[in-house]
Design a protein around this ligand. Structure first.
Ligand code: UDP
Length: 323
């Protein structure tokens, strides 16, 4: 082990985790990528195997985490993150947000290293304040189907602040708003991979409700840059990172059809329970503290994302991994 800084990324084989591993390696870090591969995939990190300073450890972080040697930062990104994933994995979602965050914070405390929690705009629930500022406490239904994710992340934030205040752990909390880009899982049910796959197949795009609910989509490279700056800052209260460019889901469906050049139509389906009606980050804090704001335009980000999904279709099926 050399003098290079060393990072642990939990959920490192997931969509965001894999992009963070890449960024850390590019910045000269050694990276321990940890994932139980429930929703993450080795395909997301196959380009990193064999890279100097990169190791992958298959582990469920709700159990004791053992990482020998020094660590400078832990980026805790392990969790199912799409509504259908956390509806299908409700207990695992609650466990990774609570027990998993506890284990990861305990490790940060024992290593004396920095800790960054991946939190979410879902802590604001179905917000009654718009756009959402960090001071807003949210409007979450704790017993609804989405509660397993929202409350797990809210607990994770509370635990992170407790470790910060009580144990003096150097912590960061990023509240991530809808993010898209290459390596989202095609079947994860989120609106971006679903609409792109449907448009590429010429199938109707399934707009839930009347499509008037809003979201604000951030390209993954912008998000990673924001997280990078937050990790590097000394700001320990929660911070929104996302793109404030808000649009309705119906407008978004039309944008995808245009970007793919598809003849798909739009089909309306029932709105899922507790689906937030609006969502838009107020990023004044990130602008002020980090000098950060998103730079990638939706059309450009979508082009790269669509290219990725097209590539998946032409690629040969992945070989099973033997351990
Ligand atoms: N959505 C949709 N059709 C789909 C998938 C999602 O209309 O096939 C809607 C969903 O109801 C929500 C928005 O798109 O209003 C974003 O959903 P997503 O699952 O991506 O994440 P969320 O922002 O709800 O966490």
């Amino acid at each position: 082990m050399g003098d290079r800084p060393r990072a642990l990324v939990t959920g490192g084989a997931g969509f965001l985790g894999s992009h963070l591993c890449e960024r850390l390696l590019a910045e000269g870090y050694e990276v321990v990528c940890m994932d139980n591969l429930i929703t993450g995939s080795l395909a997301n990190i196959e380009q990193l195997f064999g890279r100097e300073g990169f190791v992958f450890v298959k582990h469920d972080v709700t159990n004791f985490i053992h990482v020998p040697g020094r660590l400078d930062i832990i980026l805790h990104f392990a969790s199912p993150a799409s509504p259908i994933d956390y509806l299908q994995l409700p207990i695992q979602t609650l466990k990774v947000g609570s027990l998993g965050t506890h284990k990861a914070l305990g490790l940060a405390k024992s290593k004396g290293c920095r800790f960054l929690l991946a939190s979410t705009s879902e802590v604001y629930g179905d917000p009654l304040v718009h756009p959402q500022r960090e001071e807003y406490w949210g409007n979450v239904n704790p017993v609804g189907p989405r509660g397993v994710y929202d409350e797990a992340k809210r607990f994770a934030e509370a635990l992170t602040m407790a470790y910060h205040r009580h144990h003096g752990v150097d912590t960061r909390i990023v509240r991530i708003f809808n993010t898209y880009g290459p390596r989202m899982r095609a079947g994860d049910g989120r609106v971006v991979p679903t609409f792109i796959s449907q448009a590429l197949d010429g199938e109707p795009l399934t707009v839930f409700g009347d499509g008037s609910q809003t979201r604000s989509f951030c390209y993954v490279d912008d998000l990673v840059e924001g997280i990078w700056r937050l990790a590097d800052s000394d700001y320990s209260d929660p911070m929104n990172i996302g793109n404030p460019a808000e649009m309705t889901v119906l407008e978004f469906a039309r944008e995808i059809i245009r970007a793919v050049g598809s003849a798909s139509e739009i089909e309306f389906r029932d709105l899922p329970v507790d689906d937030p009606k609006v969502r838009q980050p107020d990023i004044s804090l990130a602008r002020k503290e980090l000098g950060w704001e998103p730079a990638v335009k939706l059309a450009d980000g979508l082009e790269k994302t669509i290219e990725y999904f097209r590539g998946l279709r032409s690629a040969p099926p992945a070989q099973p991994v033997t351990e």
